[in-house]
Design a protein around this ligand. Structure first.
Ligand code: HEC
Length: 454
């Protein structure tokens, strides 16, 4: 044990640093004291508050709480394994290509991983209680995530209750519910959640589609699956909700309906649950400048019928989504099933330039991560840009999640069938607005580099 501890590379780095300072003095004892300096209260708790507690606290989704030392200590070894392998926190993006700044980045930096590994290797000491940061305040189970920001939701649309048997095949429940709106309203944020904590166990994902009469929107749609105002929001394990940017919103019309698509699976206990959609309106009279639309972008040529995954192979499919108007691409959220391995989104510009926006190289079916671009990097793209979605499926035995590599797999709802699309929000704007957005961004970038000059 002690040997492996001395050989772990953060220790070698520690030694190297000390050697640099002290010449060639015998360093092993000092190296150990470097490790002992990493403590839970001083170094680990601040990281866990920021990157783990959202899920690892009482009443939230993860199996154990990591809020204090007593709760965390028994998990030290498994924490080291999970963070060193980048399995936790769930963030499956290739960090070597594409955009790397996100509004919701919950991944650990290399430094943070090193600190956690060194702490565990040093015997996971608690440290001085005085160093412990103040506890975080988290919303209670019954309140909505965005309540603190906007007050209680202005509208809640609930799906009819569904009773899932203890043992049954997966169910796709698609009720249609009136919103009851009598006037048009812009929307600034939405959240979906199961109605009860038990519901979380059976609800794999829930989609809420906005249905309203609006022929002129077909202008931006490119696919029969994607006509109309599109999806409102998609909820899946690990997701909190969506807030539109200050100058943009989604538009709901009077007489609109929510079409639910809820995927339930049996967990050995009969559970009755429904899904709730919470909608937050901006103050009346406020008109955002731009309209945001959530698109389903296929990673398959010719739509879902073109998905064809032979047994014992890794297959690649591609789909193209033309931007019929200029716009800002807000996020990337790949959707595949058990054989999904990787997905990328590239922009092919009218100039011929190709830009890699994002590549998820370690897709995990259990985690529908939504990668939301930070304001200053969300791609601003001209009319005529093609978004290319490329999807890789691993239908070999090398894929641990593959239920049967000898099966030929096609498109379908069941988890043993496949899908290959991305959910992408686009904020549409005029060509002039695009120009001025690009100019503004360039100006603030220059300002920033000016400030950084000594
Ligand atoms: C988005 C929610 C989320 C975040 C953020 C998150 N976890 Fe988890 N974690 C889970 C869930 C859910 C599980 C259980 C299912 C699984 O393993 O995927 C889990 C499992 C684990 C396990 C494995 C437990 C076991 O049974 O062996 C460890 C260890 C862990 N998390 C540590 C961490 C640490 C450390 C952080 C922060 C640096 C973190 N997690 C951040 C949701 C999260």
């Amino acid at each position: 044990m002690a040997n492996t501890r001395f050989l772990s590379w953060p220790n070698l780095v520690g030694c190297a640093v000390l050697f640099a300072f002290l010449g060639s003095a015998p360093m092993l004892v000092s190296a150990q004291s470097v490790d002992e300096a990493v403590t839970f209260t001083k170094d680990i708790a601040p990281i866990f508050q920021q990157k783990c507690e959202a899920c690892h606290r009482d009443g939230s989704m993860a199996p154990m709480s990591l809020v204090n030392f007593r709760e965390t200590r028994p998990w030290a070894r498994s924490i080291k394994a999970a963070v060193a392998a980048r399995e936790m926190p769930p963030w499956h993006l290739d960090k070597t290509v594409g955009i790397q700044e996100f509004k919701n980045d919950r991944s650990l930096t290399d430094d943070q991983i090193n600190t956690i590994v060194r702490w565990v290797d040093a015997g996971a000491p608690m440290g001085d209680p005085v160093d412990m940061p103040n506890p975080m305040t988290w919303p209670k189970g019954e309140t909505w995530n965005f309540e603190e920001l906007f007050g209680p939701p202005n509208l809640i649309v609930k799906s009819p209750a569904y009773k899932m048997a203890a043992k049954a095949q997966d169910v796709w429940y698609k009720p249609v519910v009136e919103t009851g709106l009598t006037e048009a309203r812009w929307v600034r944020a939405i959240e979906i959640r199961p109605s009860t904590p038990k519901g979380r166990r059976i609800m794999h994902h829930a989609l809420a589609r906005l249905q309203q009469e609006e022929p002129e929107l077909e202008e931006t749609a490119t696919d029969p699956d994607d006509v109309g105002p599109g999806l409102f929001m998609e909820w899946a394990v690990g997701k909190q909700g969506e807030i539109t940017r200050p100058d943009s919103g989604k538009l709901m019309l009077p007489g609109s309906k929510i079409v639910w698509d809820i995927h339930y699976h049996a967990v050995g206990e009969e559970i009755t649950d429904s899904a709730e959609l919470a909608i937050y309106f901006p103050p009346k009279g406020y008109e955002p400048k731009h309209r945001q639309v959530l698109h389903l972008m296929h990673g398959i040529e010719g739509g879902s019928r073109g998905l064809d995954i032979p047994p014992n192979t890794v297959s690649v499919h591609q789909g193209f989504f033309p931007l019929k108007k200029a716009g800002r691409v807000e996020n990337f959220q790949p959707h595949m099933h058990l054989r999904g391995k990787a997905m990328s989104m590239e922009a092919l510009l009218p100039t011929g330039e190709r830009r890699m926006l994002s590549h998820v190289n370690d897709y995990q079916f259990d985690w529908h991560n939504n990668y939301v671009y930070a304001d200053h990097v969300a791609p601003l793209l001209p009319k005529g840009t093609l978004l290319r979605i490329t999807a890789w499926h691993d239908n070999t035995s090398a894929n641990r999640d593959n239920p049967d590599p000898s099966q030929w797999v096609g498109w379908g709802d069941r988890t043993v069938d496949e899908m290959a699309h991305a959910w992408v929000n686009v904020t549409y704007m005029s060509d002039e607005d695009l120009e001025s957005e690009i100019a503004q961004r360039e100006a603030s970038r220059l300002e920033l580099t000016d400030e950084q000059q000594p």
